[in-house]
Design a protein around this ligand. Structure first.
Ligand code: BDR
Ligand code: CA
Length: 314
């Protein structure tokens, strides 16, 4: 039976590919896409979710917009990485897929409580919506199988030397999630920086011969240019699909038990995830933390999903 999931995202180039993987892979059942402010303001991330769904023929998955601001601090967007639209590169037409008038958190709660089995949440963005869900609807936790998120790092950050973007944008929300008692799996930069969209990957996507494959190449080409300019990467890391891949096939992303705390006060380290990988501090384990990626299996799954959706759309 496919695993029921909800993706909470801020598309975002890599979020878009996470949506494609979730919609195109038979091992998961994508129940909803919710959006939040992060890579861009929530109006833009929601438009981008509608754009990629339209391009991929994903017409039966509800979309709802969520929080426009982090819980405590001002929003900090990543337009230097994702462009002014939040998903620069391809030219998208007017989307034909709409968002619901419902708030993302209410949609999540409605789906969670109405589904016959617990649902896995896959956040690939700042954790504002998820923290709000857990605090506004405390009974929601009982309906969540686990939270498999892209965020944090066991090592250094990308937004600051210490903090990864999704946690940096809303550290208070991440703190609520890691202390919630809901099973959490953290797929951080230490692993997602190995999910590189190399020229070989781009050639395989182009070789699918579909419009959707071409859109993916254009997305990754733009993403490659910013990763080269900002961080000197030779190929761009597709962070967000790694979390989806972990749900699809846990053997793709190897995890270990660890304690994770979010630094909220550090003068230079706010938003850092402090991960006790070796349980040296004797703190309670509150997460499974990704430490290794099977790149071959990962890209096979991503490309197969894009192929499935691209052919279905025609
Ligand atoms: C994360 O930040 C965003 O820019 C990406 O979409 C990803 O979710 C990586 O740090
Ligand atoms: Ca993201």
């Amino acid at each position: 039976m496919p695993v029921p999931i909800i993706i909470d995202c801020d598309p975002g180039h890599d979020d878009a590919v996470a949506i494609l993987l979730a919609a195109g892979d038979p091992a998961v059942d994508l129940l909803a896409i919710t959006t939040v402010a992060g890579n861009q303001v929530v109006k833009k991330t929601t438009l981008n979710a509608r754009r990629i769904c339209t391009a991929a023929g994903i017409t039966d998955v509800p979309i709802a917009a969520g929080c426009a601001q982090p819980l405590v601090q001002q929003l900090y967007v990543a337009d230097d990485v994702h462009g002014d639209s939040g998903m620069d590169g391809p030219r998208f037409g007017e989307p034909t897929v709409d968002a619901l008038p419902e708030h993302a958190v209410d949609l999540m709660y409605r789906i969670l409580t109405g589904h016959p089995e617990p649902v896995t949440l896959v956040p690939t963005a700042p954790l504002t919506n998820i923290a709000l869900l857990l605090t506004r609807y405390p009974d929601a936790a009982a309906h969540i199988r686990e939270i498999v998120l892209m965020g944090g790092s066991t090592e250094r950050g990308n937004r600051t030397p210490a903090a990864e973007f999704n946690v940096y944008v809303d550290p208070e929300a991440a703190d609520i999630v890691f202390r919630s008692g809901v099973p959490v799996t953290m797929c951080g930069l230490n692993v997602t920086h190995r999910a590189l969209a190399t020229p070989d990957v781009l050639a395989r996507l182009e070789g699918l011969g579909t419009e959707l494959g071409r859109i993916c190449v254009e997305l990754m080409t733009f993403f490659a240019s910013t990763y080269r300019r900002l961080w000197g990467f030779e190929a761009p890391p597709l962070h967000d699909p790694v979390a989806v891949a972990r749900v699809i096939d846990p053997s793709i992303v190897h995890c270990v038990d660890a304690s994770v705390v979010v630094e909220l006060r550090g003068q230079h380290t706010r938003g850092a995830t402090v991960v006790d990988l070796h349980q040296y501090l004797d703190r309670p384990v509150n997460a499974q933390v990704a430490v290794a990626l099977d790149g071959e299996k990962f890209w096979d799954r991503v490309i197969a999903a894009v192929d499935t959706l691209g052919k279905r759309k025609g």
